[in-house]
Write a protein of this length. Structure first.
Length: 364
């Protein structure tokens, strides 16, 4: 395997949360004569992401800058880390000058049709057709139409929704050759110029505003007013290197700045969903809260996360002991309709869904 391919593999491992094998590869690559200066600089930048220690990050970015001295983003990231270390309660003020982003070739933007709040945009997060957009755009919808262009429309299945992060994942029956690289967290700095793309050709130019350090891992403040957004969100933000910074949402902060979901957060949550699917391959998607529920697998009729009613599959017999463990119940009186002792939600049995008189369960 070539050093360039190994670098791509290391980046994918880091984005998937597999830091240990990624660091092994990166440590070898920064010494590799097969990589040019820009390649070794990229390896150092991603190596900086493997640890939270600010001193380690600074040393990595210093070495990256030695390899690629004209890289403005590395220089900005290094300056911000040094400033934040010297004055942790303050971040450098946003400057008046902003560089203008010009993308030679617009990356593909996915259209999401049929969500609860209208047309939205999205972006591929892996090569197997998984698309990220906003939870706001999808709402309690289970299936949407994925639009690639005027001629290509696919059926998309919503597989996970995280309202607290305003993220939804949609699975489309498509394989793609390459996914746009996400910018490392150390390279996402204040004053970075970007283009936010919308399905249909919308292009919004803006920059990252001053970060709230406590929330910068999840949210990025932008200079785009909410009234300028072309749709329900999910618009990918690209820097001048063509790297993904995040997804634009309709959320705003106290000052009225439109917020974008940090792409590193999107990838981390995507990896978590994939791990959950490996651990619970038969779990069902709850359209009400967006979580994965195992209740129907054991004959349960309500989601263990939100209590919403779920379709009962008669192929799965009642497993009262597993339902009791799932719901954290078992101390209540038996349901008079099905004898399950799994408790109630809103006065309805969590196993069969029938109304229970108050006092019939100890877990009302």
């Amino acid at each position: 395997m070539s050093a360039q391919n190994e670098l791509r593999q290391a980046i994918e491992l880091m984005q998937d949360g597999q830091a240990v094998p990624a660091v092994d590869l990166l440590n070898r690559l920064v010494e590799s004569a097969e990589l040019d200066g820009k390649g070794r600089a990229a390896a150092y930048v991603w190596l900086a992401e493997s640890r939270e220690d600010s001193g380690f990050k600074i040393r990595c970015l210093e070495r990256a800058l030695e390899q690629d001295p004209d890289n403005r983003q590395i220089r900005q990231g290094l300056q911000q880390l040094i400033a934040a270390r010297a004055q942790p309660s303050q971040l450098p003020a946003m400057g008046a000058e902003r560089n203008r982003v010009e993308l030679r070739e617009a990356p593909p933007v996915i259209g999401i049709v049929g969500g609860l709040n209208g047309m939205a945009s999205g972006v591929f997060v892996d090569g197997r057709g998984l698309i990220a957009t906003t939870s706001y755009a999808i709402g309690s919808i289970e299936r949407v139409t994925v639009t690639l262009d005027a001629q290509r429309r696919l059926a998309g299945e919503v597989v996970r929704r995280l309202p607290t992060h305003d993220l939804a994942l949609v699975d489309a029956p498509l394989r793609i050759a390459r996914v746009t690289a996400a910018a490392p967290a150390s390279m996402i700095v204040e004053n970075t110029a970007f283009i936010a793309l919308g399905y249909g050709g919308a292009r919004l130019r803006g920059a990252l505003a001053q970060f709230n350090s406590r929330r910068a891992r999840q949210w990025l403040r932008t200079t785009i007013p909410p009234v300028q957004m072309p749709d329900a969100g999910g618009n990918p933000l690209y820097d001048d290197n063509g790297q993904l910074l995040g997804l634009l949402t309709r959320n705003v902060d106290g000052a009225g700045n439109t917020l974008a979901l940090n792409m590193s957060q999107v990838l981390a949550l995507t990896s978590q969903w994939k791990r959950d699917r490996r651990l619970m391959p038969d779990a069902c998607y709850c359209v009400a809260c967006g979580s994965l529920t195992r209740a129907p697998l054991f004959g349960g009729s309500h989601c263990e996360t939100c209590g919403a009613a779920q379709p009962i599959d008669n192929a799965f017999p009642r497993q009262i002991d597993k339902l009791a463990a799932l719901y954290g119940a078992g101390d209540g009186a038996p349901c008079p309709h099905c004898d399950a002792q799994v408790g109630a939600y809103n006065d309805r049995c969590l196993r069969c869904g029938h109304k229970m008189a108050r006092g019939e369960s100890a877990r009302n």
